[in-house]
Design a binder for this molecule. Structure first.
Ligand SMILES: [Zn+2]
Length: 193
């Protein structure tokens, strides 16, 4: 993808107010002064289409049998990718904090699976989904995502629409904590107000 295409996609995130600045407590426990909320972009179907098309372009020749989006963040991104490529799309979800496949969804022995996420940060939810998929005999061939935060330790190809690296901090050493501000969990009620 060219620099110009990347910029155009990033502009879609900006126009959607999906790139946020403040003091955030991430699910990893780290603090950050920036956060990307993909669902802010995904609420606009035409922007969703354009960003996901950048991923579709990269994976369209991979002979994918099934696309799996880990809930919640992966559901809409995966659905839109499946729609564009006309590939069966399902999702995993956490039950009592354990990633599982429910709702009668199935993966057959030997099926080639692409995981589709909104954001890949540490890759935790992808790793949990990989465990479920491989447990059923599926083969994960890669991870698609809207945003690659470039911090993942997952050893699989990542196909992203945009790459965004944000500095993260432990509480000790967080510039916002030093200023005495309180870190807010993105997605919480307090956060959305
Ligand atoms: Zn902090």
């Amino acid at each position: 993808m060219s620099q110009k295409e990347q910029q155009l996609l990033l502009d879609l995130f900006r126009e959607s107010d999906a790139l946020l600045e403040g003091h955030f407590l991430l699910s990893s426990g780290k603090h950050s002064e920036k956060y990307v909320q993909c669902e802010k972009l995904m609420q606009y179907p035409d922007r969703a289409r354009q960003v996901v098309a950048a991923v579709a372009e990269q994976v369209k020749n991979l002979s994918i049998d099934v696309i799996v989006g880990p809930a919640m963040g992966g559901i809409r991104a995966a659905y839109e990718l499946g729609r564009q490529l006309n590939i069966r799309t399902i999702f995993t979800e956490r039950v009592d904090n354990v990633m599982t496949l429910r709702r009668g969804f199935d993966i057959k022995e030997g099926e080639k699976v692409l995981i589709m996420e909104d954001v890949v940060t540490t890759g935790k939810s992808s790793l949990e989904a990989i465990k479920v998929i491989e447990g059923l005999g599926g083969t994960v061939i890669g991870i698609g995502c809207l945003v690659d935060r470039k911090m993942s330790a997952v050893i699989l190809p990542i196909y992203s629409a945009v790459e965004l690296f944000f500095e993260t901090y432990d509480q000790q050493g967080c510039p916002q904590c030093e200023k005495g501000s309180e870190a807010i969990k993105p997605g919480s009620r307090k956060f959305s107000e």
